[in-house]
Write a protein that binds this ligand. Structure first.
Ligand code: 5AD
Ligand code: SF4
Length: 465
């Protein structure tokens, strides 16, 4: 047994004589997997006596969990490090030591260059080695610089401490659970296969055990995470190869788990069993993030997406035949090298054909080391700007139109937390949109029947039905 149960070690945090427990401030950039990873890093550090803080100034350890997907995301880290350097100097004047760590995909991609560019950094640690973080922190506190960016041979999930019930509860009734990491697809714009490495699926038993622990702590909704989540596969207890569809059925059996979601999927990996799960499994929410990136076959090919626009449309038809009320969300890139006006128009057309309730759209950002960055015919920034505006206007219209169709309808909402205004309560609809209620409809964790009364900017308002 390599797990350390934090419950047993948490008391080690109180250190009379040196001003109480050490505090860790974690700032998370990028995707939901980084949110999950940040939580697991905090869990690992809790075993060493670190308690989380939301206040940077009081942190003995600052961790930036970074994103490398676009240039802007990566650059944010360096400006934040400039700010943190001043803070570290101020704390040093007061005789307090501060350890600074950079984790995540920038750490993996840039390694020790980070310390060369920002000497304030003590630890650089890639996503595959988070189980070694407590050790790295000890070394840094002893005065060393630590760079951990190997693809570790040991299973980090086995070695990370188990979730602590109290902490899970504090985080709420919805939780992320990473089931798969890495990517073998090599889309030509994307750094993920380089920063997160090859595709690895966690075994069924590990995933079920983690989901059960979440459920015991009161979690009602689990979102399974993976860079290529629907490529997840593993051996079921029946000895058969399972795909994500079978895994979802198994997780739905866990008492307390009422809602399941998964993200992010690749169109090539939507198999029949997964589509059947959307038809037959009530707990699987009718919402699917299925990036298409572009509607142009020429650009899809240049992106190495391995499907055409027609393949995507056929797939959407099959999914909608299985689950007619499913809401689709997508990712889009405009201005990939070689994208002509006609290619961009094909993207507009596929958006009109499919109708997305939610979307993330980006200007292409050349990433060092990816094939896209080496391609000729890069698109001018002004053209990218114009196309992005045009696409976003269409996507926003679709998003609003979908919200409008919900007004007057009944649906169920998982109550998550008090709302921003006094007396308000907030939850989520099956389609992931936040729902605000003006009265307390039940306890946190309850799923209640509501009627949508009106739409807000990014949310819906409702009354109990
Ligand atoms: N430039 C712009 N957007 C990108 N994405 C990934 N790489 C890039 C890049 N180099 C987008 C894709 C992906 C989402 C997570 O980020 O749309 O689906
Ligand atoms: Fe990146 Fe493509 Fe893999 Fe998604 S499928 S992580 S976009 S390489």
């Amino acid at each position: 047994m390599t797990h350390t149960d934090i419950a047993d070690t948490e008391k080690a945090g109180a250190r009379p004589g040196d001003g109480g427990p050490k505090k860790v401030f974690v700032k998370t950039y990028g995707c939901q997997m980084n949110v999950y990873d940040s939580q697991r890093m905090s869990d690992a550090l809790a075993a060493d006596g670190y308690v989380p803080t939301e206040t940077l100034e009081e942190a003995d350890l600052v961790l930036l969990n970074t994103c490398h997907i676009r240039e802007k995301a990566a650059e944010k880290v360096y400006s934040e490090l400039g700010r943190i350097r001043k803070l570290k100097d101020e704390r040093a004047r007061d005789g307090r030591e501060t350890v600074i760590g950079v984790a995540g995909c920038v750490a993996q991609a840039e390694g020790e260059e980070i310390i060369a560019r920002a000497p304030v950094v003590d630890i650089v640690i890639g996503p595959q080695t988070y189980h070694r973080l407590p050790d790295a922190v000890r070394k840094a506190r002893a005065g060393g610089k630590v760079v951990e960016t190997d693809y570790a041979l040991e299973d980090k999930f086995e070695r990370l401490p188990q979730l602590h019930k109290g902490e899970v509860r504090r985080r709420g009734v919805t939780a992320f659970l990473t089931v798969q990491e890495g990517c073998d697809k090599f889309c030509t714009f994307c750094v993920v296969p380089y920063t997160r490495g090859a595709e690895v699926s966690r075994p069924v038993s590990q995933i079920v055990a983690e989901a059960e622990r979440l459920a015991e702590a009161g979690v009602r909704e689990i979102t399974l995470l993976g860079q290529n989540v629907n490529a997840w596969h593993g051996e079921g207890p029946d000895g058969r190869q399972w795909g994500l569809g079978e895994l979802l059925f198994r997780l739905a059996e866990i008492p307390g788990i009422a809602r399941l979601r998964y993200t992010t999927s690749h169109p090539r990996d939507m198999d029949d069993a997964l589509i059947a799960a959307h038809r037959d499994l009530d707990a699987l929410m009718p919402y699917l993030h299925l990036p298409v990136q572009t509607g142009s076959d020429t650009i899809l090919k240049a992106m190495n997406r391995r499907h055409t626009a027609a393949d995507y449309l056929r797939l959407v038809d099959r999914i909608r035949a299985a689950r007619p009320d499913i809401a689709l969300s997508g990712d889009f890139i405009v201005g990939f090298p070689g994208e002509s006006d006609a290619d961009f128009e094909a993207t507009m057309q596929i958006v009109r054909d499919v109708t997305f309730v939610q979307a993330f759209s980006f200007k292409y950002s050349p990433r060092p080391g990816t094939p896209g960055a080496e391609m000729g015919d890069q698109v001018a920034e002004a053209v990218k700007d114009e196309r992005l505006q045009c696409l976003q206007a269409l996507l926003t219209t679709q998003q609003r139109a979908f919200a409008d169709t919900l007004v007057g309808r009944r649906t169920d909402v998982l109550i998550e937390k008090p709302g921003r205004a006094p007396g308000q309560w907030a939850g989520r609809s099956p389609w992931l949109m936040p729902v605000i209620l003006d009265e307390k409809p039940g306890e946190i964790g309850d799923i209640v029947d509501v009627r949508i009364t009106r739409t807000g900017t990014n949310s819906l308002f409702a009354v109990t039905a």
